[in-house]
Write a protein of this length. Structure first.
Length: 246
């Protein structure tokens, strides 16, 4: 409207210098406790989930430009359901008796399936979703932190990715991705924060040839600028390990 091109980014180096000299004073937890703070590792777990139909695979190969926002949201929900069995098998084969885990999901249907699986296995778990009373969340988190019999947290990423401490957990599983990098970092930091005594491993489940791969590309693109400006540490960089699971 006013003749400015607001697409992309320019003068990142200059902006970083201005922020560094005039505005920014950033100290991360790793710097504050550099002598003994645990390490965090990220893993992309690539899952081979067969398409529902050949027509779906063909449409995905043609790209996402023709998909509406509603169609993307539908496929996001569907792929979470379809990769559930592989995710559950990976989680329960990865966790040892010495581990405690956080499982992040977005859709209520997927959370219900995990909850049923925990009940079937006789495993105690805490749950926080959008229906959980805010006043009760601290008590629920304290229960996880102090009760040795409770080894898993089942959390909604939109309702429980900030403001709670779950440092008993040393494994974090993202069963559904989010479009916003900061939401994922905040979710990681429910476990990876001051008070954590173990190294933390974070696992992101990505279904091959699905909307998950589009979200990963968008996350990488969004974080190019923030990482160059030293405003974040996310995500899926050279240090990220990849695992293929089927």
């Amino acid at each position: 409207k006013f003749g400015y091109d607001v697409k992309g980014k320019n003068y990142q180096r200059e902006l970083n210098l201005v922020l560094e000299k005039k505005i920014r004073f950033r100290r991360t937890k790793e710097v504050i406790q550099k002598d003994f703070f645990p390490k965090k590792s990220r893993h992309i777990v690539r899952l081979t989930v067969p398409p529902k139909a050949k027509s779906e695979e063909n449409s995905l190969q043609q790209g996402w430009d023709n998909f509406t926002r509603e169609e993307e949201m539908k496929k996001w929900r569907e792929i979470g359901e379809r990769k559930y069995s592989l995710m559950a098998r990976f989680i329960f084969s990865t966790v040892t008796e010495e581990d405690n885990g956080i499982i992040f999901v977005h859709h209520a249907e997927l959370m219900a399936r995990f909850e049923e699986e925990f009940q079937r296995r006789g495993i105690r778990v805490i749950k926080i979703d959008g229906t959980t009373n805010v006043a009760k969340r601290e008590a629920i988190c304290n229960q996880f932190q102090t009760d040795k019999e409770i080894r898993f947290c089942l959390l909604s990423i939109t309702a429980a990715s900030v403001g709670i401490t779950l440092t008993k957990a040393n494994l974090v599983f993202f069963c559904e991705l989010q479009w916003t990098p900061s939401a994922l970092v905040q979710g990681e930091d429910r476990a990876y924060r001051i008070g954590q005594c173990k190294d933390v491993s974070v696992y992101y489940f990505v279904a091959v040839k699905s909307i998950d791969e589009r979200i990963v590309r968008m996350l990488k693109k969004k974080t190019e600028t923030t990482n160059k400006l030293e405003l974040g540490d996310f995500i899926f960089g050279a240090e990220t390990k990849e695992i293929v699971f089927s």
